[in-house]
Design a protein around this ligand. Structure first.
Ligand SMILES: [Zn+2]
Ligand SMILES: [Zn+2]
Length: 198
């Protein structure tokens, strides 16, 4: 059978006699690992840049979960030091292979980036420094302060400035808030979430 297998999607595994399709991280090309948290299946860049991939069904599921339900991912997924993530490049959708991800939210300082595929609707999420709160600070007060600063940048400076008149952008902004709400331990979440108050 003639078929074209895209470069970064390869058949590498063998599960019960079936070939397994492996998706690779759009930022560092590490193989993504499927992790299930609170009934939400996440593809995680374990041992690479530590980012996450959610398809649209999983996004719907995480929206139904309590705040922080997915917070264990921040500890589970190991971020390797010195991984090159090609921040200046646009990333190709790890699922569609043919589409460039649209960058909704980005901070170089926080190493944070949230992109979406316009074709399959999947989300690529790199929470950046949020995942390093535990390891970087020794006191809870310092962690809370760092989290507060983080969310001022993400929610007030980035998400709140996304175009709310455009329905698609507003929906994307709401989804980003939901994703961060799912991934963040509740003690580090701001009391007021921006989009919820629109
Ligand atoms: Zn990666
Ligand atoms: Zn896609």
């Amino acid at each position: 059978m003639d078929s074209v297998i895209p470069v970064i999607m390869e058949f590498v595994g063998n599960e019960n006699g079936r070939l397994v399709l492996v998706m690779k991280c759009p930022a560092c090309e590490n193989e993504l690992l499927k992790i299930s948290v609170a009934g939400v299946n996440v593809l995680a860049c374990e041992g690479g840049c530590g980012s996450y991939w959610f398809d649209t069904l999983q996004i719907k599921r995480l929206m139904e979960r309590l705040p922080g339900a997915g917070a264990s991912l921040l500890k589970t997924v190991r971020r390797a030091d010195g991984v090159k993530t090609f921040r200046n490049n646009q990333h190709i959708c790890p699922k569609c292979q043919s589409t460039l991800l649209y960058r909704h939210c980005f901070s170089r300082e926080l190493e944070m980036e949230v992109d979406q595929c316009s074709k399959c609707g999947g989300w690529w999420v790199d929470v950046g420094t949020l995942a390093t709160l535990e390891s970087r600070y020794s006191t809870e007060a310092d962690r809370k302060q760092a989290a507060e600063d983080y969310f001022i940048t993400v929610f007030q400076n980035k998400v709140a400035n996304m175009n709310r008149v455009n329905h698609d952008t507003l929906e994307a902004a709401q989804t980003i808030v939901e994703i961060f709400t799912f991934l963040t331990p509740p003690i580090y979440l701001p009391q007021k979430l921006p989009i919820k108050d629109y």
